[in-house]
Design a protein around this ligand. Structure first.
Ligand SMILES: *Cc1c(COP(=O)(O)O)cnc(C)c1O
Length: 392
């Protein structure tokens, strides 16, 4: 039997790091102690009060039936109250918030609500691969907006050709940014609102990392900018702030017409998230935010070890204000992939080639700070003794 795959699936890019993955397997088989700085998944456990809430609600038979696909009203109220406290943004929980099975789910599905085959969508490059992936599955064509160091990794909206901007139906943005660790201010968001108004483009802001920030920096919400709610939505998640990536719960908030469309699509695809998990996420949002400060203090310490370690080897990195990523240039004479292979070969440390996040990631690599300080120090020591100084 041979089953012909749908074109939309064939259009998805194939596996990216085949060579590096093969090398990792070889090293492991040879008994090398691999330190993986590749995966952006918090290593700390979910806080106890959230787990307790799950256990309690899991025992309640009222939660054992199908939930609503748009989320319980009390969950959407908790998201709205959190927005009011955290950002001073007022949201109507009935019309301006929809629960998601992790924000990735909504990011992938929003394209199905607004993109027809052949439509244009503006996607950051480098960027989280789900923006382009969801759009390609819907048959749309991404137009990649380069994120450049000299612009602080903000897209240059003015350089998008007018005919592309006119054609575009949606724009994805993401600050604090994965993979670059860059942040955006309200002035940039205001520019995006003006652009969206001029060209009638729906803005989808991925706010997964607003809570992961250091040195007193507080990331803004796109929705706190005047007019934002008329032109777009924001995706949020408990995954990163509360170490809940495995629990699969998030939200989209903003423009009611768009929230309704996403909710209607979802009601045809899924039956929502287990209510006990919605209650657990509410415990995180409604409870003390001190747990976030604690985890941020951990990432800050790790960031300092890594940035200071790399700088002692010849890099000139600034410490990122937010996210748990370090985005750094590869030394002269290497590509993203050849440098990742060299580092793995010589030190057993896994870094992610920047090209995994788009063509403009060439010349960079990403390090994730989701391993403990002892292992990070060990990684820095191995780089110092086996890689030697590097040139740029
Ligand atoms: C981790 C991540 C998400 C989504 O996480 P969920 O667990 O699906 O809520 C979304 N965007 C970016 C950029 C991420 O890194």
């Amino acid at each position: 039997m041979r089953f012909e795959q749908a074109q939309r699936l064939k259009n998805l890019s194939p596996y990216l790091f085949a060579r590096v993955e093969r090398l990792i397997e070889e090293k492991k088989a040879a008994g090398v102690d691999i330190i993986s700085l590749g995966i952006g998944d918090p290593d700390q456990p979910t806080p106890d009060h959230i787990i307790e809430e799950l256990v309690k609600e899991a025992r309640n038979p009222a939660n054992h039936q199908y939930p609503s696909s748009v989320g319980m009203l009390c969950y959407r109220q908790a998201v709205a109250s959190w927005y009011a406290r955290r950002f001073g943004v007022q949201l109507n929980p009935e019309t301006e918030v929809v629960a998601l099975i992790g924000s990735k789910e909504g990011i992938a599905h929003i394209s199905w609500c607004y993109l027809n085959p052949g439509d244009t969508v503006l996607v950051p490059d480098p960027g989280y691969p789900v923006y382009a992936g969801g759009a390609i599955l819907a048959g749309a064509v991404p137009y990649y907006m380069p994120l450049k160091a000299e612009r602080g990794y903000l897209p240059d909206l003015a350089s998008i050709p007018t005919e592309v901007a006119r054609r575009a139906k949606m724009i994805f943005i993401n600050y604090p940014n994965n993979p670059t660790g860059a942040v955006a201010d309200e002035a940039f968001f205001a520019e995006v609102v003006a652009f969206a108004r001029e060209f009638n483009v729906l803005v989808c802001h991925d706010a997964a990392y607003t809570e992961i920030a250091f040195d007193g920096y507080r990331a803004p919400s796109f929705l706190q900018v005047p007019g934002a709610k008329e032109v777009g939505i924001e995706f949020g998640s408990v995954s990163k702030p509360f170490n809940m990536t495995g629990w699969r719960i998030g939200w989209a908030a903003g423009c009611p017409e768009v929230i309704e469309a996403l909710g209607r699509l979802k009601s045809n695809l899924d039956s929502g998230q287990f209510q006990a998990i919605q209650y657990a996420a509410m415990a995180g949002l409604n409870g003390s935010q001190e747990v976030i400060n604690r985890v941020n203090e951990l990432y800050r310490e790790r960031r300092d070890i890594l940035v200071e370690g790399l700088n002692s080897l010849g890099w000139k990195l600034e410490k990122p204000k937010a996210t748990f990523y370090i985005w750094a240039p590869v030394p002269t004479g290497y590509t993203s992939e050849s440098f990742a292979e060299l580092v793995l070969e010589r030190t057993g440390v896994v870094i992610t080639p920047g090209t995994g996040y788009g063509a403009n990631g060439e010349g960079y690599f990403r390090i994730s700070l989701t391993v403990d300080t002892a292992r990070l120090r060990e990684a820095v020591e191995r780089l110092k003794s086996n890689l030697g100084p590097v040139k740029f």
